[in-house]
Design a protein around this ligand. Structure first.
Ligand code: NDP
Length: 506
C-alpha cells in the first residue's frame, strides 16, 4: 500500500517552489510508503500564525461548543479506526490488532478530555479566608493559545493525542509535528480534523519534517511545547524553548521495572512481563525492561518466562505478536545492550538475535546492575531478570536509576502492593498488571527525573495546557479599611490580637 499524503498546510503557496521531501518507510517490508514535505522555518511560522487566529475562534466556542466539535472529530476517528490503524501498522510495524487498540485508547482519552474540561477548568468559587472575607474569590483555567506538539513514532496516535486531545479540550489550537518515521499518521489525523471541522481546519494543523522542523516549532511563537521522545532531544527542545521562555512538557524515556514478590501469582506476572516487555517490539516508554523476582519465585518465574517467550511470534504477518523495530538505528542499540550484558557475565536464555529488522524475544539473567542492559533505555523486546532477597531490595534496585516513569508490582497482598507502589520513584505504578494507568483517562501520565516532567491525561493533563486565572470581586467594603492609607493605627493592634487568637495556640 502506498499512502497518498495530501499536501500539508505548510506546503501551500511556497514561493521558493516545491518543498524538499522525505520518505516514510515501511519497517517490515522496506518499501516507501509516501513522501512528505520538509516544512521550513517559514512554513512552521505560517502554520503557527494561522493557529493563533484559529485559537481565538476556538476559545470563543466555550466548553460546550468545543465538546460538540470534538465529538465530531471523535466520530471520524471511531468510524475510520481501521483505516488509521492500517497507517499505524504500515509506518510503525506493529500488528494491526495492536494498532486498533492504540487508536481505541486514544479515542477514549479524547472523550474523557472533552467531557471533563468544563468541570476541571471552568470557573469555581474558592474560600476567601479570614483576612478577605469581604471578597468573592474565583479560580478558572484559561487556554494558553497555541500548543506545539512534537510526537514520537512508537505510539504515533496514542502518545501525541495524549497532548493534542487535552490541549484542544482546554481551548488551545495545536500545531503537531509527527516523527519523521510516522508522518502519514500525523497527516491522517490533521486530515481527519479538516473533514470533521471544515469551517476551522487551522485549529489542528500538522507540519511534517525532520528534527529541524521540530526545532522551528519551538521558536515559532507557540505558547507551550509538549514533547515526547528521548532525553537528549528533550534537552535540545528545552534549550530552543528557553530562548523565548516557552514552557515545556517533557515525556521522556524509562527503564521500568517489575517486582515479583514472594506471594505473587507467577503465571500472571510472566504473562504481564511478556506483554509489558515485548508488545510493540519493546518500543514502549512505559515498557517493562527489568524484572526483580524474589528468591521464593525466581526459578519458577524464569522457567515460565523463558518457555512463554519462545512462543511469541514475530514479523509483519497478521498472526505476529510484534513486528520489526521501527527505527533502523535502534537495532544497533539493542544489539549493544545484549552484547554488553553477555560480556559482563550475563546469560541469554532465549532470543538475542536479529533477523530482517526483527529482534527475537530476549530473556537475560545474571546481568550486572551496572551494565547498559540494566541502566540504559533499550527500547527493544528484551527483559533482564534478577534475583533479589526481598521486595524491599527490589525497590532499592528499581529506584537506582535516573529514570522514573512507571513500574509494576505482583503480589497477592493489596496492602503490600500499594506500599511498594508508593515507594517506587516513578510517576505511575500498576499492581498485578502492566501499564493499566495508560488506559484510565482520569489518571495523569508522566515521569520524574530523566523521564521528564509535566503530565498528560486526567485533570492534571487538562491543567497542563491552561493557565490559572485568579479573580476577586469585592462584595462590600470593610468598615475599617486594612489596605488603605486611611487605615487607623489601632487596626494593626487588632490584627495582631486576631492572629494570635486564631493561629498562636498551635
Ligand atoms: P527523538 O527524541 O530524537 O525524537 C522525538 C521527536 O522529536 C521526533 O518527532 C523528532 O523528529 C523530534 N526531534 C528530533 N530532533 C529535534 C530537535 N532538535 N528539535 C525538536 N524536535 C526534534 O527520538 P528518536 O525517535 O530518535 O528515538 C531515540 C530514542 O528515544 C529511542 O531509542 C528511545 O529510547 C527514545 N524514545 C522514547 C520515546 C518515549 O515514548 N518516551 C518515544 C520515542 C523515542 P524526527 O523524528 O523527525 O527526527
Amino acid at each position: 500500500m502506498t499512502l497518498a499524503p495530501e499536501a500539508t498546510s505548510a506546503d501551500a503557496g511556497n514561493p521558493a517552489g516545491p518543498a524538499p521531501t522525505f520518505d516514510s518507510i515501511d519497517p517490515g517490508r522496506g518499501t516507501v510508503l509516501g513522501s512528505y514535505p520538509v516544512a521550513s522555518d517559514a512554513d512552521v511560522a505560517d502554520a503557527v500564525a494561522r493557529a493563533q487566529e484559529a485559537a481565538t475562534w476556538w476559545r470563543a466556542r466555550g466548553f460546550d461548543g468545543r465538546r460538540r466539535i470534538l465529538k465530531a472529530f471523535k466520530g471520524v476517528l471511531a468510524r475510520e479506526i481501521e483505516d488509521l490503524a492500517e497507517v499505524v501498522h504500515l509506518e510503525n510495524g506493529k500488528p494491526r490488532s495492536d494498532a486498533i487498540l492504540e487508536v481505541a485508547i486514544a479515542i477514549d482519552h479524547l472523550e474523557w478530555a472533552s467531557k471533563h474540561a468544563a468541570k476541571v477548568l471552568g470557573p469555581r468559587r474558592v474560600p476567601s479566608g479570614l483576612l478577605a472575607s469581604n471578597q468573592a474569590a474565583t479560580l478558572e483555567y484559561q487556554p494558553l493559545g497555541v500548543v506545539g506538539v512534537i510526537g514520537p513514532w512508537n505510539y504515533p496516535v496514542f502518545t501525541p493525542m495524549g497532548s493534542i486531545a487535552y490541549a484542544l479540550a482546554a481551548g488551545n489550537a495545536v500545531v503537531f509535528k509527527p516523527s519523521e518515521h510516522t508522518p502519514g499518521v500525523g497527516v491522517w489525523l490533521g486530515d481527519a480534523w479538516r473533514r470533521a471541522v471544515p469551517e476551522r481546519p487551522d485549529v489542528l494543523q500538522v507540519v511534517t519534517g525532520l528534527g529541524a522542523t521540530g526545532g522551528a516549532l519551538c521558536r515559532a511563537g507557540v505558547d507551550k511545547v509538549a514533547f515526547t521522545g528521548s532525553a537528549p532531544t528533550g534537552r535540545r527542545v528545552m534549550a530552543a524553548c528557553a530562548e523565548n521562555l516557552v514552557p515545556v512538557l517533557m515525556e521522556l524515556g524509562g527503564k521500568d521495572a517489575m517486582i515479583v514478590d514472594d506471594d505473587a501469582d507467577v503465571s500472571a506476572a510472566v504473562d504481564a512481563a511478556l506483554w509489558g516487555g515485548m508488545s510493540n517490539a519493546g518500543q514502549t516508554c512505559v515498557g517493562i525492561e527489568r524484572v526483580y523476582a524474589t528468591d521464593a519465585v525466581y526459578d519458577r518465574f524464569v522457567a515460565e518466562l523463558t518457555a512463554r517467550a519462545a512462543e511469541v511470534r514475530t514479523g509483519s504477518g497478521d498472526d505476529a505478536h510484534y513486528g520489526p523495530i521501527t527505527m533502523p538505528s535502534q537495532v544497533g542499540i539493542i544489539e549493544r545492550h545484549i552484547a554488553d550484558a553477555v560480556a559482563s557475565g550475563g546469560r541469554v536464555l532465549t532470543g538475542g538475535t536479529v533477523a530482517d529488522g526483527v529482534v527475537a524475544p530476549t530473556v537475560m539473567v545474571d546481568v550486572p546492575e551496572d551494565s547498559a542492559a540494566v541502566r540504559e533505555e533499550t527500547f527493544g523486546p528484551t527483559l533482564t531478570v534478577a534475583r533479589v532477597r526481598s521486595a524491599d531490595e527490589a525497590i532499592e534496585r528499581t529506584n537506582a536509576t535516573p529514570y522514573g516513569l512507571a513500574g509494576a508490582i505482583f503480589t497477592r497482598s493489596a496492602k503490600r502492593g500499594v506500599a511498594l507502589a508508593r515507594q517506587m520513584r516513578t510517576g505511575m505504578a500498576s499492581i498485578n498488571a502492566v501499564n493499566a494507568f495508560s488506559t484510565i483517562p482520569a489518571l495523569p501520565f508522566g515521569g520524574v527525573g530523566e523521564s521528564g516532567f509535566g503530565r498528560i491525561h486526567g485533570a492534571d493533563g487538562l491543567r497542563e495546557f491552561s493557565r490559572s486565572k485568579a479573580i476577586t470581586r469585592q462584595r462590600f467594603a470593610l468598615p475599617i479599611p486594612t489596605t488603605s492609607f486611611r487605615r487607623p493605627p489601632e487596626v494593626t493592634e487588632r490584627l495582631v490580637k486576631v492572629i494570635r487568637l486564631v493561629h498562636g495556640r498551635s
